[in-house]
Design a binder for this molecule. Structure first.
Ligand code: NAI
Length: 264
């Protein structure tokens, strides 16, 4: 089968699908032939996204922080669409602040989406995939999970938890033929990234430059490949991991960050 349509006949569920990396994941999975249930807490935006794809993409409103809603959404997806082959956790939020200024509500909100949300969705999917003896789950984490960053403690910790959770789940379900991997992007051109630049002192231009060049004052390396990722760069990595070409890959954390974390 040609690599372009290698996901034909598969059913995928993507969270955080309305924009940015999630929207790119929906697009790439659909291009490769999968039917996709595109879910997001933003009902209007996810409907607009699905409308651009025709029948192959079905929009559903889903807040991943709500365990009951997640269980119902996964059950409904399987009742109406058939067995889920692919689940991609993309929903995430960023609340940046130094720890001494971080309030309880921001800490809780970040973990509710980035960690608890991944738990709710992956648990609901894994229960069913395990029974069937097949399936693939990918969690989009962040390279901030592996490198300390000022002003990002809650976010980085929530993503590190999501990575280790996904690996432990992968270990539990590997004997049943279910694979679990993470994709850890670096700076990627989305609304989340632009919002960080808006907060930086020199605005978007200076923020973008500092990301690429690095910023010694905040102990940040730059991006060796000299560019900010496009959402599709991350989506192609996700599509590889969920495909049969990655059939012997599980518990893996695939960095898509242009070399920014200088990992050995
Ligand atoms: P974005 O902010 O552009 O889009 C995130 C989407 O998640 C939005 O559509 C939003 O409505 C949805 N969402 C938020 N809370 C939700 C909830 N409780 N339930 C369901 N949906 C919810 O973000 P972006 O940049 O596309 O990021 C996607 C993922 O990639 C996130 O997990 C983020 O942490 C991660 N990431 C992004 C990087 C970047 O530079 N943009 C770098 C590293 C990781």
């Amino acid at each position: 089968m040609s690599p372009e349509r290698d996901l034909a006949g598969r059913l995928a569920l993507v969270t955080g699908a309305a924009r940015g990396i999630g929207a790119a994941v929906v697009e790439v999975l659909a291009e490769r032939g999968a039917r996709v249930i595109a879910t997001d807490a933003d009902a209007t935006a996810v409907k607009a996204l699905a409308a651009r794809h025709g029948d192959q993409v079905v929009p559903r409103t889903l807040d991943v922080t709500d365990a009951t809603a997640v269980e119902q959404a996964v059950a409904e997806a399987e009742r109406t669409g058939g067995p889920l082959d692919i689940v991609v956790n993309v929903a995430g939020i960023l609340r940046g602040a130094a720890v001494v200024d971080l309030d309880d509500a921001d800490w809780a909100a970040v973990f509710a989406v980035n960690t608890n949300g991944v738990f709710h969705v992956s648990r609901a999917a894994a229960r069913r995939m395990k029974e069937r003896g097949r399936g693939s789950i990918v969690t989009v984490a962040s390279n901030a999970a592996g490198v300390p960053r000022s002003g990002m403690a809650a976010y980085a910790a929530s993503k590190a938890a999501a990575v280790m959770f996904t690996k432990c789940l992968g270990l539990e379900v590997a004997p049943y033929g279910v694979r679990c991997n993470t994709v850890s992007p670096g700076s990627t051109l989305t609304d989340m990234q632009r919002a960080m630049w808006e907060r930086s002192p020199g605005g978007e231009h200076a923020g973008r430059r500092a990301v690429i060049d690095g910023d010694l004052a905040s102990y940040r390396t730059g991006i060796p490949l000299g560019r900010i990722a496009e959402p599709t760069d991350v989506a192609h990595a996700v599509a590889f991991l969920v495909s049969d070409r990655a059939r012997h890959i599980t518990l893996h954390d695939l960095y898509v960050d242009g070399g920014a974390t200088l990992r050995a």
